[in-house]
Write a protein that binds this ligand. Structure first.
Ligand code: FAD
Length: 464
C-alpha cells in the first residue's frame, strides 16, 4: 500500500527525512501539499508569501516529477484532507517533517492519533530545525531566554547531521489522486499586479536556493562579518525565504558552510584567514538566531499577538495615528533611511536586516505605534515572513521580547544611516529625490518622540 508524504514548510526533495523514509519503504509514494485556511488558529499567509508559495509549489512539482511521481494539491482543513486522501489511495502510512507552531502542532497531534487509531503507520521527522526545541534546555530544565547561552548549548550538543540524499527514484505506480489546479488557488496578485519587483529579485524553489548558497559561499562568506551590516552591499546570503519554505534545509546550509573551511581562501593557496573564520562563525550564529526564534515560539505560541515580557502589557500606546502608520508603510516619513527600507520592502518583498531594525525602531519608538501593527505589515509584505522570526524580531526591537534590546536603546535613524550607509548609496537607490525640495520634512521630531517613548517605558518599569 502507498505511503503519503505530507509536505508543509519543507518544499524540497533533498534532505527531506519524511520523503527519504517513504522511498525506503519501497511502496508507491503519494506527495501532497494542503493549503489550510480552515484549521483553527493557523495564521493566514500574507500576500508576498502567497506569491512565493505559488512559485515554490511549481518548482517542487517539477522536482517530484523528475523522480517519477507528482504533487497532489488539496485545499481545506488539513486533518480532514489527509484522512480523505488516505481512504482514496488506500495508503497505510503517512509521513511528515515536524512543524513547531502551536496551532500546527495541534493539527498534527490530533491527526497522528486519529490515523494511529485506524491502524496506519504515522511518522514525524526532524527536518526544519538543527536542534529540536525540547532538546536544548538550561541546567534547570527550562528553555533559554537569552541567545548567547542558548547558542553555546547548541554548539555543545551533538553536531547537526549531514544532509540526506535525494531519493534515487520513487515507485512509479502512484495511485491516481485528483489534484487542484494551482492557478485555482489564486495565490498570485492580479489587479493590481504588484509582484514585478518580486519576480525580478527572486527565484522560488530549491534550485534557486542552492544557487544562492553557492554564490554566497564563493563570493561573500569571506567578507560577511565586515559587510553584513551595510545595506548598500550585497553581502548576505539572501537565503531567508528559501529557509522559510524549506526549499533548502538548515542542515544543508550548515554543512556547506562548515565544509568550506577546508578549501581555504579565494586564491586557493592559503589556509583559512582569521577574518574568514570569524565570518563563518558569525554566519552560523545567524542560523542560530533562526533556531532561537523558533525555540522561543515553541514555548510561547502566541508570540505574534502577546508581549513575551508580560510587563509590557502596561505600555501606554497612544491612540493609533493612521496617517503616520500609512506614511511608514509607504516610505513617506521624511526620514531617508526609513523610507528607503520601506520602499525596498514594497518593491522586492525584502529588506536588509539592519534597516529592518531601524524601521521597526522608528515605528515603535518614534511614531509610538504598537509593534503588532508593524509585525502585521511585514507579515503581509515580506517574502520571508516567518511565524517565528518576524514576531520574535519585532519584539526584540520593541523591547518586549526574549533577550531584547533594552527599551531605552532607541536607534537614531540619522546616525544609523551615517554609520551603515556612509556614502548614502542605499538611500539614493530607493529615495532618489532625497536631496530635492520634493522630499518632505520628517513627520515627527526625533528627539521629542524619543522622550515620549522613554516616558512610556517608565510605566512599564513601574509595572514590574
Ligand atoms: P543572512 O545574514 O545571510 O543570515 C542567514 C540566515 O540566518 C537568514 O536567511 C535567516 O534564516 C537567519 N537569520 C539571520 N538573522 C536572523 C534573525 N535576526 N532572526 C532570525 N533568523 C535570522 N527573518 C526571517 O527569516 N523572516 C522574518 O519574517 C523576519 N522578520 C524580521 C523582522 C524584523 C523587525 C527584524 C529586525 C528582522 C527580521 N528577520 C526575519 C531577520 C533578518 O532580518 C532576516 O533573516 C535577514 O535579513 C535575511 O537576509 P539573509 O537571508 O541575507 O540573512
Amino acid at each position: 500500500a502507498p505511503t503519503i508524504v505530507w509536505f508543509r514548510d519543507d518544499l524540497r526533495v533533498g534532505d527531506h527525512p519524511a520523503l527519504a523514509a517513504a522511498a525506503e519503504r519501497g511502496a508507491p509514494v503519494v506527495c501532497v501539499f494542503v493549503l489550510d485556511e480552515e484549521s483553527p488558529g493557523i495564521r493566514p499567509l500574507g500576500g508576498a508569501a502567497r506569491w512565493w508559495l505559488h512559485g515554490s509549489l511549481e518548482a517542487l512539482r517539477a522536482d517530484l516529477e523528475a523522480l517519477g511521481t507528482t504533487l497532489v494539491l488539496r485545499r481545506g482543513a488539513a486533518g480532514r484532507v489527509i484522512r480523505s486522501l488516505v481512504s482514496e489511495t488506500g495508503a497505510d502510512a503517512v509521513f511528515w517533517n515536524r512543524r513547531y507552531g502551536g496551532p500546527e502542532r495541534e493539527v498534527d497531534t490530533e491527526l497522528k492519533s486519529a490515523l494511529g487509531d485506524d491502524g496506519l503507520e504515522v511518522k514525524s521527522f526532524a527536518g526544519n530545525l538543527l536542534f529540536e526545541p525540547w532538546t536544548i534546555r538550561t541546567g534547570q530544565g527550562t528553555p533559554y531566554s537569552v541567545f548567547t547561552p542558548f547558542w553555546r548549548a547548541c554548539l555543545a550538543a551533538p553536531e547537526a547531521r549531514h544532509p540526506l540524499a535525494v531519493p534515487d527514484g520513487l515507485d512509479a505506480h502512484v495511485p491516481d489522486a485528483a489534484s487542484d489546479d494551482l492557478d485555482s488557488w489564486h495565490l498570485l496578485p492580479t489587479r493590481p499586479d504588484w509582484a514585478a519587483g518580486l519576480r525580478e529579485t527572486w527565484t522560488p524553489g530549491s534550485e534557486g536556493a542552492h544557487d544562492r548558497l553557492e554564490t554566497f559561499l564563493d563570493e561573500r562568506l569571506g567578507d560577511y562579518d565586515g559587510h553584513r551590516d551595510r545595506p548598500a552591499i550585497d553581502a548576505t546570503s539572501r537565503l531567508s525565504p528559501h529557509l522559510r519554505w524549506g526549499e533548502i534545509s538548515p542542515f544543508e546550509v550548515w554543512n556547506a558552510v562548515r565544509e568550506r573551511r577546508s578549501t581555504g581562501g579565494a586564491d586557493g593557496r592559503r589556509g583559512e584567514a582569521t577574518g574568514e573564520a570569524t565570518s563563518r562563525a558569525r554566519f552560523l550564529a545567524e542560523l542560530g538566531w533562526r533556531e532561537f526564534a523558533w525555540h522561543v515560539l515553541f514555548h510561547a505560541p502566541d508570540l505574534a499577538t502577546s508581549n513575551w515580557r508580560a510587563e509590557f502589557d502596561a505600555f501606554p500606546w497612544p491612540r493609533l495615528h493612521p496617517t503616520a502608520l500609512r506614511a511608514w508603510e509607504e516610505g513617506r516619513t521624511g526620514v531617508p533611511i526609513v523610507d528607503a527600507g520601506m520602499r525596498e520592502l514594497w518593491r522586492t518583498g525584502s529588506m536588509h536586516n539592519r534597516v529592518r531594525m531601524v524601521t521597526a525602531s522608528f515605528l515603535t519608538k518614534n511614531l509610538l505605534i504598537d509593534w503588532r501593527r508593524g509585525e502585521q505589515w511585514f507579515w503581509d509584505t515580506l517574502v520571508d515572513a516567518d511565524a517565528a522570526a518576524n514576531p520574535f524580531n519585532w519584539q526584540w526591537v520593541a523591547g518586549s521580547g526574549a533577550d531584547a534590546a533594552p527599551y531605552f536603546r532607541v536607534f537614531n535613524p540619522l546616525l544609523q544611516a551615517k554609520k551603515f550607509d556612509p556614502d548614502g548609496a542605499y538611500v539614493h537607490r530607493w529615495v532618489p529625490e532625497v536631496d530635492t525640495e520634493e522630499y518632505p520634512e520628517p513627520i515627527v521630531d526625533l528627539g521629542e518622540s524619543r522622550e515620549a517613548a522613554l516616558a512610556g517605558y517608565q510605566t512599564v518599569k513601574s509595572a514590574i
